[in-house]
Write a protein that binds this ligand. Structure first.
Ligand code: AMP
Ligand code: TRP
Length: 331
């Protein structure tokens, strides 16, 4: 059976993009796979986080994941910093990965922006830590959104070079699990940028904690074009905002884009946006309600994390110990 691992940064309220691109797949995989899901607080501090805020956001992220349907009995749910094996293996991977490989990472270029010299060293080696998150457990399947594809290719390059350099067949190849629909949910304000919890404009995204009224307002204000909605998918070519709304509807309703257009095409965006807001509210309101309930129970959340960390440590420790032995460390 394949072992599944994925992570999410506690740097804001999770968005519809996180949900459709990753979290709903995490939930679905629990019944057929051994799953590990971590809140990646080590990754979060690659850009400065206020400590009290980081703690609160980490707990809220755990609450949201539980509210979305992650079952802490089925899956191992934990904070990355509670399992020191990640950081130990990441150091080894820092010494395996080549600067040339890291220089090609588009996420670093995006996040560092123009002033690259001012970015933290941690942001630069971020993909090595992500590779360590996965290989620490010999996980082979990684459910993510499309934006993480390049990082997962790097994780395979690192594993291959480690195996080659040390003359072993120790780290397995990994495969991304990327859902075909809504793998890249775009901003509601700009169809060329991905929906992100760190976008300065709250209007650009649906947060999983937004109430019905906020959702309806954001959808109504979502950028579209003056044309009618087409009746066939070919008509979406070059219309990124329209395509994004149709894809979101399709993913939430569990149908394909063609079926959405058969039902809603040929009309203006007004009625379609109302229908979209309705599916969003139906799906997200229970998640928001349950998140609010769980956030109020910090003792429970900390208990879930404690149990998750114990299970994760038990799985990680022998694998990372063996990696350290292969490298030649005295144990
Ligand atoms: P992050 O919020 O960057 O920690 O991402 C957590 C997970 O959500 C990753 O698997 C991302 O690929 C996925 N994700 C984030 N934003 C989007 C988006 N706009 N569309 C699809 N997937 C996304
Ligand atoms: N880098 C991922 C993101 O920003 C989060 C992440 C960290 C991750 N470690 C991981 C995803 C391991 C999958 C597996 O979206």
């Amino acid at each position: 059976m394949h072992r599944v691992l994925s992570g999410i940064q506690p740097t804001g309220i999770p968005t519809l993009g996180n949900y459709l691109g990753a979290i709903r797949n995490w939930v679905a995989l629990q019944d057929s796979h051994e799953c590990l899901y971590c809140v990646v607080d080590l990754h979060a501090i690659t850009s400065f986080q206020d400590p009290a805020q980081l703690r609160a956001m980490s707990l809220e992220m755990v609450a949201t994941l539980l509210a979305c349907g992650i079952d802490p009995e089925k899956s191992v749910l934990f904070a990355q910093s509670a399992v020191s094996a990640h950081a130990r293996l990441a150091w080894i991977f820092n010494c395996v990965a080549r600067l040339g490989w890291l220089n090609r990472m588009t996420q670093f270029k995006d996040k560092a922006g123009k002033d690259r010299e001012a970015a933290s060293a941690g942001l630069y080696v971020y993909p090595n830590l992500m590779a360590a998150d996965i290989h620490t457990y010999h996980a082979t399947r990684v459910p993510v959104g499309d934006d993480q594809r390049q990082h997962l290719e790097l994780a395979n390059d690192i594993a291959e070079k480690f195996n080659h350099d040390y003359g072993v067949d120790f780290f397995p190849r990994i495969e991304p699990l990327i859902l075909p629909e809504a793998a890249r949910v775009m901003s509601l304000r700009d169809g060329s940028r991905k929906m992100s919890k760190s976008d300065p404009s709250d209007q650009s995204r649906i947060n999983l904690t937004d109430d019905a009224e906020t959702i309806a307002l954001k959808v109504r204000r979502a950028k579209t074009d003056p044309e009618k909605l087409p009746s066939e998918t070919e008509g979406l070519a070059g219309r990124s905002e329209a395509r994004n709304l149709v894809d979101i509807y399709a993913a939430l309703a569990g149908i394909d884009a063609a079926s959405v257009l058969r039902a809603h095409g040929g009309r203006g965006f007004g009625p379609f946006k109302e229908a979209l807001a309705e599916v969003l509210v139906t799906r997200l309101a229970p998640i928001a309600r349950e998140t609010r309930r769980l956030v109020a129970d910090e003792g429970y959340l900390l208990g879930v994390l404690r149990q998750g960390a114990a299970r994760a440590n038990a799985l990680a420790e022998p694998i990372v110990k063996e990696a350290e032995r292969l490298v030649g460390f005295l144990s």
